[in-house]
Design a binder for this molecule. Structure first.
Ligand code: ADP
Length: 242
């Protein structure tokens, strides 16, 4: 669902995976930003510039060791992308096939909300090892998340788990305030027969980090939210690179 924090989670998860893979001496992480209409990965990752072309291949732009390609690098911020399905499909095919990623252990793909052209193009273009479902605690979000998850199941993409975002806000006394209700992540995971990998708190520092292009995992790796991201990253590595 829009606004639940998919791009925020993509960016922080990619950085957490990069740090963990680095420490194991393994190749790193890329992010393919498939949100063609509203790309936010470049801003959140603090990656800017125009991708160069080398031997007919697009070179990704990297920051914090994470390589990324996004529509955000190809159009300027104020230009709306007004494209129909076939153009979206073509762009996602290019991102998947014509980017020189170098050696990668994991490619994280950020998808727009819903079950539309981007999702369809992606599953038709490259084999996917798994889908991570992001939801917030309230039922409206988890219902939409479930629908998205079922789409991946239909095309035989295994579910890696659920991340519940904006689970609570820690007040000055250390109590958890459940601003958006509770239980959505767990209920979503149970109904999809997968695991709730982590609950990410509401964290104003995380929002600031997104706007400044310094993910919280980099700026404050010991924070509660960063710990949640490392837990998700470890959960994914356990499943994909045992
Ligand atoms: P989506 O990709 O699902 O549309 P975003 O990742 O763009 O959502 O997040 C929407 C906004 O909410 C962004 O401004 C982001 O910084 C903020 N945000 C996301 N998760 C959190 C969180 N746990 N705490 C504070 N702000 C958050």
């Amino acid at each position: 669902k829009g606004g639940v924090g998919k791009s925020t989670i993509t960016t922080n998860l990619a950085c957490a995976l990069q740090i963990l893979l680095d420490s194991k001496g393994k190749p790193g992480v890329g992010i393919m930003d498939c949100d063609i209409y509203g790309p936010s990965i470049p801003l959140m990752l603090g990656a800017a510039g125009r991708p160069e072309i080398q031997n007919d291949m697009i070179l990704p732009i990297s920051n914090f060791g994470v390589r990324t390609i996004s529509m955000g690098f190809l159009v300027d911020e104020d230009t709306p992308v007004v494209w129909r399905g076939p153009m979206i499909m073509k762009t996602i095919q290019q991102f998947a096939q014509n980017v020189d990623w170098g050696e990668l252990e994991i490619l994280v793909v950020d998808l727009p909300p819903g079950t539309g052209d981007a999702q369809l193009s992606l599953v038709q273009t490259i084999p996917l090892d798994g889908a991570l479902i992001v939801t917030t605690p309230q039922p409206a979000a988890s219902n939409v998340a479930r629908r998205g998850a079922r789409m991946f199941e239909k095309v035989n993409v295994p579910l890696l788990g659920v991340v519940e975002n904006m689970s609570y806000l820690k007040d000055a006394q250390g109590n958890h305030q459940m601003l958006f209700g509770q239980g959505g992540g767990q209920a979503t995971a149970e109904s999809l027969e997968t695991n709730l990998l982590a609950q990410v708190p509401i964290d104003p520092a995380m929002r600031e980090g997104c706007d400044q292009g310094i993910p919280i995992v980099i700026s404050d790796p010991e924070s509660d939210s960063s710990k949640a991201f490392f837990t998700v990253a470890e959960g994914i590595l356990k499943q994909l690179c045992p």
